[in-house]
Design a protein around this ligand. Sequence first.
Ligand code: NAD
Length: 494
Amino acid sequence: MENFDPDRIVLRNAHFIGGHYVEGGAATLDTRRPSDGVSCGGLPVAGPDIVDQAVQDAWRAFKTSGWASRAPRERARVLRRWADLVEADLATLAPLEAVSSTRPLRDASAWDVPFTAEGIRFFAEWADKAGGAVAATGTGHLGMTITEPYGVIGAIIPWNFPLVTTSWKIAPALAAGNAVVVKPSEMTPYSTLRLAELAIEAGLPKGLFNVVQGDGRTTGAALCRHPRIAKVTFTGSTATGAAIMTACAENGTKPVTLELGGKSPQVVFADVPDLDRTARTVARAITLNAGQVCNAGSRLIVQRAIGERIIDRLSAIFSELRPGTTWDPDATLAPIISLPQMERIHGIVQRTVAQGGAIVTGGRAFEAGPGGAYYRPTILTGVQSRMDAVQREIFGPVITVQLFDDEEEALALADHPEYGLAAGVHTADIGCALRMARSIEAGTVWINRYGRTSDFVIPTGGYKRSGFGKDLGRDAYEACLRVKSVLIDISKGE
Ligand code: NAD
């Protein structure tokens, strides 16, 4: 990393269709490196014509390559080879991810790339393990269910963990026999191309994994509307999820999987045995990727008796974080994806202060960034549930603090009127932890930890306006299949 030169990383401004790079588009976008704001060149925007080309190609590959009708174990073998190639490609993929997103090179190497490979392997293993069932429905009848792929699945991806989120959508879809057309975020469009290249190199028939570049309004919308897209799987904001659901409803009543935004609470009881450890967990849950994580623990709800102590510890941890480019080996705080996004974060902080909240630490950008946008980890106290910073997903390193006296009050504060993505509960009392876990309306609850490591078998997904459907786990694999019922008369004809 010492002599790392970001300018040597090749960023392809192209689509990937039928196993080849394809140029051209309705317009170009000025995509920039988040770390230093340097332009990546013009990203082509696929209009309806290029989207059509990609979807038709995927459809043709689905119909003619025999991928869906292959023995599932053969599909699994290709996916496993793909995972091996991803791992072996670390020296290319990790720098590509780091330069073009907010993921530090160190983390991309140690986590994003290996985690992507392991996720692909996880779904490869499902290929021949989840299928239909046979049931006797009376002596004269036999019934069975057969699972079948949808055909072409459209996948729309956010910018915060490009490789990982793409693999969570694509690997189960391909393992189940589908073709995919992926639209990465226009802010992080590059590593997905390499992922597609490696899939073809691993033996995936060309055309089964196509990538179209562009913004949501033009490219994403055209993908959702395309009549050959049988299903859309989306990760991103709640507002975009609603637009996608509408487009899918109006253009073929297509099913959707929506992994959306969150405003997740971290509830800390006074009996935690090691306050330092809990404080480090709480801090990491809001500073990882500078808080640009869907399940960031952005609302600290702490029992009054330890409120001040945990705020002090959080302030100390925050003050040690050092901003820097994703390739700076000494940096411990990632850049914000863009300047407008940082202005949005700052606007929410300022409005909350105007509403009566108080800044303990942070509350502004770092003065001299290296060209990118870097925001100080921020603690807001004196907040009420109605205030902006408590209500709205900030997607930055900003945590609000609310105090409670008893379990009922903790539960009332933890509940968010709209979001229900994740929650954390920290306590030594297992009964209390499990009561909270049962009562909090969220798709994931962590007890005495926060965040996902290698728990592929445990699905992830939201409650309420945080979405529906799951990524990971058996659920994600089965969501890529349709169920057909076949009913047979086996009577002697009497
Ligand atoms: P976003 O909703 O702005 O964009 C996500 C993707 O949707 C991008 O590729 C974008 O181009 C596309 N898009 C935008 N408008 C569209 C439209 N009308 N039709 C089709 N596609 C459209 O989200 P973002 O800013 O890229 O990512 C941050 C958001 O993603 C946060 O809200 C975060 O919580 C959420 N997220 C959720 C999860 C989860 O698992 N629940 C994981 C990661 C991120």
